[in-house]
Design a protein around this ligand. Sequence first.
Ligand SMILES: NC(=O)c1ccc[n+]([C@@H]2O[C@H](COP(=O)([O-])OP(=O)(O)OC[C@H]3O[C@@H](n4cnc5c(N)ncnc54)[C@H](OP(=O)(O)O)[C@@H]3O)[C@@H](O)[C@H]2O)c1
Length: 320
Amino acid sequence: MKSAIRKYWPQYRWSNVFAMINNMQRHPRRNTESFRDRLVVITGATAGIGYHTARKYAAMGAHIIMVNRNPEKSDQVRRQMDEEFGAMTECVIADLALLADIQRVGQYILSLEEPVGVLIHNAGVHFASRTETPEGLEANFVIHYLCPLIITKMLMPKYRRDRTGRIILVSSEAYRFAVWGLDLEDLQWKKRRYSGVKAYGAGKLAQILSMHVLAKELAPYNVTINAMHPGVVRTESGKDNGILYQWYKKNIIDKYSGSPESSAEALYYLGASPEVTHTSDQFFHLTTEEELAPPARDLAAAEALWNTTRELLREKGVAL
Ligand SMILES: NC(=O)c1ccc[n+]([C@@H]2O[C@H](COP(=O)([O-])OP(=O)(O)OC[C@H]3O[C@@H](n4cnc5c(N)ncnc54)[C@H](OP(=O)(O)O)[C@@H]3O)[C@@H](O)[C@H]2O)c1
């Protein structure tokens, strides 16, 4: 921790924080070009930002593959989009906290003939208390970080062949809560007191760091990868947390939150606009490019995280 403070403290600038505050006032840019007959794959489309984003792409003519964990909710969304937009939709049911399911999703997308125009890693959670998966991993870490990383890595042969595509990580300004970076010795929150906000921030920071590594690998294939903060919007986020959290969310967070439709507009712009065709390895606050805070632009930390992760996954039987 001390060495992280020494490393990052001199790099922190108030101007970086003020830029983020300014960006909070901006509306997302819009794109009106059609997505007709092109494929978008999105995780977590049964609620909130994912749901509205899938609808936006459906309204613009896209074929949609939704990766959802709840079959009933999933079916309902699919039927709705079919009735309203006549959209070609498909659902893959998977629990993205489980490595086996994540790999099954990766295999399935890999097997598709059709190029993936946009892949949106959206599924997310907010756990107030530490939640461990049956595979012994901290769930927030798996869903926000390992899942997008594994699926994207598995798709490399497809991207090499298709030579097109955009990947969007639905991130969060909350990555800033990991003020002094990640603790590589305790990525699973076993040795420290768990904090929901800090663990969420760490998961999102890990996700952003992985973007730097993936962007380099994807660049020769003409595939971009960017992370975006979708705004602070009213969704089902944290619905499984306790009564105290529910009260806080309903009476405080939701009161000051916007509509997830604006997040969907931003995700459509980033996936479809020609203005960002060649933009990669960037962080967007909705649709405004924003400089990352020091721990999130630390390329040495990104490499170190990648090496630790590869080792961890090898122990779990996942070879990337
Ligand atoms: N809301 C905000 O203000 C905000 C701010 C910054 C970033 N974000 C990010 O935005 C993304 C979407 O969140 P949201 O606010 O829209 O939350 P939400 O309304 O709770 O939606 C989350 C979606 O992810 C799915 N999901 C959760 N765990 C999953 C799992 N293990 N396997 C498969 N799917 C799973 C949910 O499925 P179920 O319907 O089955 O639960 C749901 O479809 C997240 O990455 C979040 O971190 C949100």
